[in-house]
Write a protein that binds this ligand. Structure first.
Ligand code: ARG
Length: 402
């Protein structure tokens, strides 16, 4: 038996060509592994294609539940959004794929794993670092980073070796999809001044084409994890799928972002993330009601760090364990329901309630039943402003206009 490599196989052109190319270049038997984190494709056909193209074995692993419970929901609890825009769909899937690749490689006695990433993106980093952290003895082969073929060369190679060219290869865009969102780049999108044409979007209707009637949706959370939609208890995968459909119909979740890749490139990316957008907005609203001012302020800093480490491929790191522990702890009372109004691309919070709400009507009200002691305010302000007053006397502040 010759030595084996486990390849993360999407069924697309590059990874199909990679099966053949690895065999030729490295003389290794290729085991194709498709990790299902989206649930929207016929993976039986993908498996068969891998075998047809020359894989010695083709496996499909349904990782949707693990993806949701161990990656997406913790990221949601952590409010992880990269550079304020990108909910990290692609970035979150890579460490899980790296983990499944490693597990299968160990089971199959393979000496290497492989992926289809190029040498310019973040995904290569996420795979390589993930594998290095989990199984440092495994070698990583990245054909698309090594072969130096242009898109035309790859198509020619496929034609020469009778590798079917998927219809999606005709698409001018490079696309990655999973439950948390859809990432699209290339083609006309490479000009950041050009408005994304409508054919970029598949999960979301245009705000102009969305229904004229708004839609209300109620999301129930327990300890920061969404557990119900409009009062119906749902498992995480179904909840995300249904919310993608609903929010997408109302044009919610389109993102146009010029982002900073880890490898130093600014890149323009279009995302569609209807469920992620709605859940992140709702979760933050619930935290606004159940966390203290200090918790909110600190958590926001953690959120930035958490998003950066996910983006930068450091999921399997000690810092991640530490931050995740904090995030978990912070969610003890983030339980309740948020009502959202979806309307022509907008997603607004219009109601929230929680058994642990820190909002007190009797403190906030300007009407009958006010329990706030206004007579205590001058004393509080006297002490609070003391240092500012002293400093202003000794070191007069500059005029604002100076
Ligand atoms: N820029 C995103 C990231 O680094 C998405 C990358 C994958 N996008 C794609 N169209 N293939 O996570």
């Amino acid at each position: 038996m010759s030595d084996r490599v486990v390849l993360a196989y999407s069924g697309g052109l590059d990874t199909s060509v990679a099966i053949r190319w690895i065999r030729e270049k490295y003389g290794l038997d290729v085991i194709a592994l498709t990790v299902d984190v989206a649930g929207d494709r016929d993976l039986v056909a993908t498996r068969q294609k891998a075998l047809k193209v020359g894989a010695v074995k083709a496996l499909v692993v349904d990782a949707k539940e693990t993806f949701v419970n161990h990656f997406l929901f913790p990221a949601l609890q952590g409010d992880a959004v990269y550079q304020g825009s990108y909910p990290l769909a692609t970035a979150l899937s890579r460490p899980l794929m790296a983990k499944v690749l490693v597990d299968v490689a160990l089971e199959e006695g393979a000496s290497a794993v492989a992926h289809g990433c190029t040498g310019k993106g973040n995904d290569q980093v996420r795979f390589d670092v993930g594998v290095a952290a989990l199984a440092p003895h495994l070698r990583v082969i990245a054909p698309a980073r090594e072969w130096g073929m242009t898109r035309e060369d790859t198509i020619a190679y496929a034609q020469k070796h009778d590798i079917p060219i998927p219809v999606t290869s005709a698409s001018p865009y490079s696309i990655d999809e999973n439950l948390w969102g859809r990432s699209v780049e290339c083609g006309v999108l490479e000009d950041p001044w050009v408005e994304p044409p409508e054919d970029v979007f598949v999960w979301t209707r245009s705000p102009e084409g969305a229904p004229d009637e708004p839609c209300y949706v109620e999301l129930g959370f327990e300890r920061g994890i969404p557990t119900s939609l409009d009062g119906r208890q749902l498992d995480g995968v179904s909840l995300i799928q249904q919310l993608n459909e609903l929010a997408g119909t109302h044009g919610v979740g389109r993102v146009d972002h010029v982002e900073d890749r880890l490898v130093g490139i600014k890149s323009r990316e279009i995302y569609e993330a209807p469920a992620a957008t709605a859940l992140l907005i709702a979760h933050q609203a619930l935290q606004g009601m159940t966390l203290s001012k200090e918790q909110l302020r600190f958590k926001q800093k953690v959120a930035g760090e958490y998003a950066a480490l996910i983006y930068d491929g450091l999921w399997f790191s000690s810092l991640h364990q530490d931050l995740a522990a904090y995030v978990q702890s912070s969610q003890r009372y983030v339980t309740g329901t948020v009502r959202l109004k979806l309307y022509k691309g907008s997603c607004r919070v219009v109601g929230r309630k929680s058994p642990y709400s820190l909002y007190r009507r009797e403190l906030a009200t300007y009407e009958e039943g006010d329990a706030f002691d206004q007579s205590a305010s001058p004393g509080f302000i006297h002490i609070w402003g003391l240092s500012a007053k002293v400093q202003a006397q000794v070191q007069p502040p500059r005029e604002a206009t100076e």
